[in-house]
Design a protein around this ligand. Structure first.
Ligand SMILES: Cc1ncc(COP(=O)(O)O)c(C=O)c1O
Length: 341
């Protein structure tokens, strides 16, 4: 699998060059860029897609392009930094709702009633906790209040939901979200790149106006080749998503049984192992490395003070033996540091 992605990257490098020394609209668009955009739109069942140098850039470009001072953006308080920065760049009226709190979102929709257009903005899955946005309720509210829904699917595209279509597939709300931004830098090739997919009119406007698209170099051919192959593999082999899901269940169940608290949605492969204390998280990670397991402690300012954890990501390429070895190491270190009995 990794081999196929690397081979595709090599092939694109040979056939299309190392890079194009240009932004998209000058001479930075090749057949493979257009093909990948088509593939992404088809994968998500949307009208079109537009590539960006990264999802950070996709988030930097979208709000300023679509929203004016007459509009309102209503954002989950724990949205990713790139969404926060993207919103800062736009002139829309800004509203925040409490994390995944539908009652507060309703209050903010009421408060923003006079705006010309409203956009509800949320991560599909929140990366620090591995928890999922209440997308069905959000879409219901959006319909009621005539608002648009935007989701960032960096922690869902390619592995979450039965066929990897992400949070909307996982929660059975396929097609109800208006705009999706996501990354090619995680499950879909793992190099770099991001995209927006949605209605044709939105994508057309982004091509004309989104600053990171207009003013930053196009994606390198090797990166496009790798990501394009990742979409092909995923569409051919949906067992990959089932493997991630069953690996996740296995890891979460064994860890919970051993006495650890694992945060987040029980189906999501981001498995934050709760520790609380920052020093403990760092000592824990160091001890794991000595046992040959590479994990990272997350503490302030990445997560709030007193909420340190070790964030584990499960993948389809982990074998049961590897997962068990990791859990065994967690148990040994957890006992020696008195995290578990
Ligand atoms: C939710 C979310 N949005 C956006 C990004 C930025 O993605 P990229 O690395 O493609 O810029 C990330 C990266 O970690 C992310 O987690």
């Amino acid at each position: 699998m990794i081999c196929q992605v690397v081979d595709a990257a090599k092939e694109a490098l040979v056939t299309h060059g190392a890079g194009l020394s240009s932004v998209r609209f000058i001479c930075g668009t090749q057949d493979i860029h257009k093909d990948l955009e088509k593939k992404i739109a088809a994968f998500h069942g949307r009208e079109d897609a537009i590539l960006f140098p990264s999802c950070f850039d996709a988030n930097a470009g979208i709000f300023e392009t679509l929203l004016t001072a007459e509009d309102a953006v209503i954002s989950d308080e724990l949205n990713h930094a790139s969404i926060i920065d993207g919103i800062r760049l736009c002139k829309a009226q800004k509203y925040k709702y409490k994390h995944r709190d539908i009652a507060d979102l309703t209050a903010q929709l009421e408060a923003s009633k006079n705006a010309r257009m409203r956009m509800i903005v949320t991560d599909g899955v929140f990366s620090m906790d591995g928890n999922v946005a209440p997308l069905k309720e959000i879409c219901d509210l959006a319909e009621k209040y005539n608002a648009l829904v935007f989701i960032d699917e960096c922690h869902a595209t390619g592995f979450f939901g039965k066929t990897g279509r992400g949070t909307e597939e996982f929660l059975n709300v396929v097609g109800r979200v208006d705009i999706i931004n996501s990354t090619l830098g995680k499950a879909m090739g793992g190099a770099s790149g991001g995209y927006t997919t949605g209605p044709q009119a939105v994508i057309d406007l982004l091509r004309q106006r989104a600053r990171p698209y207009l003013f930053s170099n196009t994606l390198a051919p090797a990166v496009v080749g790798a990501s394009s192959k990742a979409f092909d593999i995923l569409q051919r082999d949906t067992s990959l998503c089932q493997t991630v899901a069953s690996n996740t269940t296995h890891f979460r169940e064994r860890m919970t049984k051993a006495g650890f608290t694992i945060l987040g949605d029980k189906h999501h492969p981001i498995c934050p192992v709760w520790l609380g204390d920052a020093r403990l998280a760092s000592e824990f990670a160091d001890a794991m490395l000595k046992k040959g397991i590479y994990v990272i402690g997350f503490s302030f300012p990445v997560v709030p003070k007193g909420k340190a954890r070790i964030r584990v990501q499960i993948s389809a390429s982990h074998t049961r033996e590897q997962l068990d070895r990791a859990v065994d190491a967690f148990i040994e270190v957890g006992r020696s540091l008195k995290v578990i009995a």
